[in-house]
Write a protein that binds this ligand. Structure first.
Ligand code: XMP
Length: 510
């Protein structure tokens, strides 16, 4: 490793990922490792510091998750919640069950006897607690540095051994000055130096990609989304035209996006971009199909067919690039398990596409991918792009997908999103789009009766797409957008706004 690494040992805590993010925000590379494999990994990798996460179990239960403290000898440690209790339990202190779980804000009272401790003199004395057990007695050699009215050992430390423990959660925003605690541990106690940034990530990856790929070629499919674009830009920086970028234009992207992909890669990056214009093929295959899962399947299969049709020119590639991100790696449970994300969107990969995988973004969270994209020179509206489903407008057009219905959807979507953007209302929105319904309604325009199709607008707030809530957009803005759509988009005579949350609805219409 060319940079320092902070391992966060996961004991199943709900905030473990957040600890990793906070450490990275402070300019240090951090990875989460499961407690089951922590000891061997720590022995082999010798991280610069280790943070022990919270967790739902009790250290007092038989078989509770644990770690071998001998392998941590000489490595700075911060135990958080369960991590602190585990330190106490394993190092000779005492842990007790509390009569009822403590959950919420508490006032931290630092000990006056330790004015230079990890938790002394914080800007806010409010801390977030979420625990069932607590430390009753610190291990020998440790001093208690803070308490709360209900928790006698809210923090302890042994500065000589660089071992610290806190019962509260410094990683959550509910602990207003929690970042200071992490900062002090990493920089003042463990004496680390910030050496992780988008720039250093790019430099390091460029070297790694070059070393891995050698003289080979990498097949990199670009979809118009953030992840594949950033991945392609990184590969191009590393290996130039040996990054063989492929863009399948199925005609189901948002207005102007296909052109933007071509302009960006051909113009700005001078990339080796192969554009496969497959619009006719996709529209022919989708003609007359209305069943949602059938449409998805057809779109997936046609992707594969396009790749099959160009097999000869693509088979010269030695590697296949995948846009796997760090949350996918964590979710898959094992950092080494290769999860083929595109399987979600394409109907399986052709047999010959079993090249070696390369996943240059597998260490990054989404916001870090965006930062790397900015540093690589991707335009802001590409870097800030909202998530967009693999089957594209195919899942936003109910009923048959035709060129004319794609036009109506694209034009309405463009009006909706540009009006939101012009007012800065797009900030904080997870996804916003216009979809087309598969019914006709009566209207009147001029003096004429119309019998045309309605557009539905959807804008949701979400953390992770698992749950979502409709955005409370100002009525006047919705009214302006509706008026523009019915006036400017031929074939649309009515506009609805979708108020449903997820669950019970989903974010997409199909
Ligand atoms: P739903 O509609 O299930 O969507 O609430 C959750 C998130 O997943 C995206 N989505 C897809 N992404 N292929 C994708 O790559 C798909 O088939 C697909 N369907 C939904 C959706 O945009 C949202 O972000």
């Amino acid at each position: 490793m060319t940079h320092q690494t902070v391992y966060v040992v996961d004991f199943g805590g709900q905030y473990t990922q957040l600890i990793v993010r906070r450490v990275r925000e402070l300019g240090l590379y951090s990875e989460m490792i499961p407690w089951t494999t922590a000891a061997e990994k720590i022995r082999a990798d010798k991280p610069s510091a280790v943070i022990l996460s919270g967790g739902p179990k009790s250290v007092l239960e038989p078989g509770a998750p644990t770690i071998d403290f001998d392998v941590l000898e000489g490595i700075p440690i911060l135990g958080i919640c369960y991590g602190q209790q585990l330190m106490a339990h394993r190092l000779g202190g005492q842990v007790e069950k509390v009569s009822h779980k403590e959950y919420g804000h508490r006032t931290l009272v630092p000990s006056s006897a330790t004015p230079h401790s990890l938790v002394a003199g914080l800007a806010s004395d409010q801390v977030w607690m979420s625990h069932g057990d607590q430390v009753l007695k610190a291990p020998d050699g440790f001093v208690v540095t803070a308490s709360t009215d209900s928790c006698p050992v809210a923090a302890f430390e042994n500065p000589k051994l660089v071992r610290y423990g806190v019962q509260f959660h410094p990683e959550v925003t509910h602990t207003p000055d929690g970042k200071t605690v992490l900062k002090r541990f990493l920089f003042d106690c463990a004496k680390l130096k910030a050496d992780w940034s988008s720039e250093s990530f790019i430099d390091e990856q460029v070297e790694l990609i070059r070393a891995k790929v050698g003289d080979g070629k990498v097949l990199c499919a670009v979809s118009g989304g953030v992840d594949s674009s950033v991945m392609a830009a990184l590969l191009i920086k590393a290996i130039g035209d040996r990054a063989v970028c492929v863009f399948v234009d199925h005609g189901l992207l948002r207005k102007g996006e296909a052109q933007q992909v071509k302009d960006m890669f051909l113009g700005h990056f001078k990339a080796n971009l192969k554009v496969f214009d497959a619009q006719d093929q996709f529209f022919d295959a989708l003609a007359g199909v209305t069943e949602p899962e059938c449409k998805r399947k057809i779109i997936g299969e046609n992707f594969v067919q396009v790749f099959e049709a160009h097999a000869t020119e693509l088979q010269e590639c030695d590697f296949l690039a995948q846009g796997t991100l760090y949350p996918d790696v964590i979710e898959s449970g094992s950092p080494t398990a290769a999860k083929i994300k595109t399987h979600h969107n394409v109907g399986g990969l052709p047999d010959w596409m079993t090249m070696k995988l390369i996943e240059p973004l597998r260490w990054l969270f989404k916001d870090e991918v965006r930062n790397v994209g900015r540093k690589l020179g991707l335009p802001e509206d590409m870097v800030d792009r909202e998530p967009f489903p693999g089957p594209g407008l195919g899942v936003r057009i109910l009923g048959e997908v035709t060129r004319d219905r794609v036009r109506m959807t694209q034009d309405s979507d463009w009006i909706f999103r540009s009006e939101l953007k012009a007012r800065g209302l797009n900030k904080g929105i997870w996804q916003s789009y216009a979809g087309l319904l598969d019914v006709k309604t009566v209207g009147v325009m001029g003096d004429e009766r119309t019998y045309e199709q309605p557009i539905v607008l959807r804008a949701v707030e979400s953390e992770d797409a698992m749950t979502a809530r409709a955005v409370n957009l100002p009525f006047e803005v919705l009214e302006t957008i509706a008026s523009r759509i019915v006036n400017e988009v031929d074939g649309v005579n009515r506009v609805f706004y979708d108020l449903t949350s997820k669950p019970p609805a989903t974010i997409e219409l199909e």
